[in-house]
Design a protein around this ligand. Structure first.
Ligand code: GRF
Length: 202
């Protein structure tokens, strides 16, 4: 199989992006992070890409006035860097139809909970952890799924559980889940690199 050439999209902190870059550098993940795109010009994600010498772009409603132009710019930027797998890592926007159809079946997203529970529009970040705590569930987890033009939609390709403890706060739960996200995104990408998980588009 071709070497994985990743294009990572991230809106804020970019800690999953960093975990992926580190794993590539350390040889734990046989892939290359070729480009980083963020809708947020001041994001840590772009700063991390700069620090690591990874080509990076701010593409948003501020740089492109119509959603179609933005969609085209995202697709063209991924193509320019010969990305063959798109990795959404804390990306708060939906991708447009040009990008989704071009990378059909080759766009991954990570969600800090066990989809299909606690997902969908508006269910992100701490809202997920709050809902899990309110539900009284003893387990939460991390889901990696193929992404399409809807929030938290598309076939699940990998899931892992994370315990919820009685005295958990949103902060403690967030920290435990995020730590697992970092490991699990890398593990799952490596399984794709090894052909253990087959993506039809690759
Ligand atoms: C993660 O919890 C991810 O699952 C969610 O947003 C958070 C992003 O964290 N979609 P980071 O930007 O990778 O630090």
């Amino acid at each position: 199989m071709a070497v994985l050439r990743l294009g990572v999209l991230s809106s804020h902190g970019g800690s999953n992006l960093q975990a992926i870059i580190d794993a590539c550098k350390e040889g734990r993940l046989h892939a290359r992070c070729c480009v980083v795109i963020s809708n947020n010009s001041g994001s840590m994600a772009l700063q991390r890409a700069k620090n690591e010498g990874v080509p990076n772009y701010h593409l948003s409603g501020k740089t492109h006035l119509s959603s179609q132009q933005l969609d085209q710019a995202i697709r063209d930027t991924l193509e320019k860097h010969r990305v063959n797998l798109v990795v959404l890592a804390g990306y708060m926007k939906l991708l447009g139809p040009l990008t989704v159809s071009h990378y059909q079946g080759r766009i991954l997203n990570i969600h800090p909970g066990l989809l299909p529970r606690f997902g969908g529009k508006g269910m992100h970040g701490d809202k997920v952890h709050k809902a899990v705590l309110a539900s009284g569930d003893g387990v939460t987890g991390v889901t990696i799924h193929l992404a399409d033009e809807a929030y938290d939609h598309g076939p699940i390709i990998a899931q892992t559980q994370v315990p919820v403890f009685k005295d958990d706060s949103v902060e403690s739960l967030r920290g435990r889940v995020l730590k697992r996200e970092h490991e699990f995104y890398v593990e799952t990408l490596q399984r794709i690199a090894e052909g253990d998980i087959e993506l039809s588009g690759l």
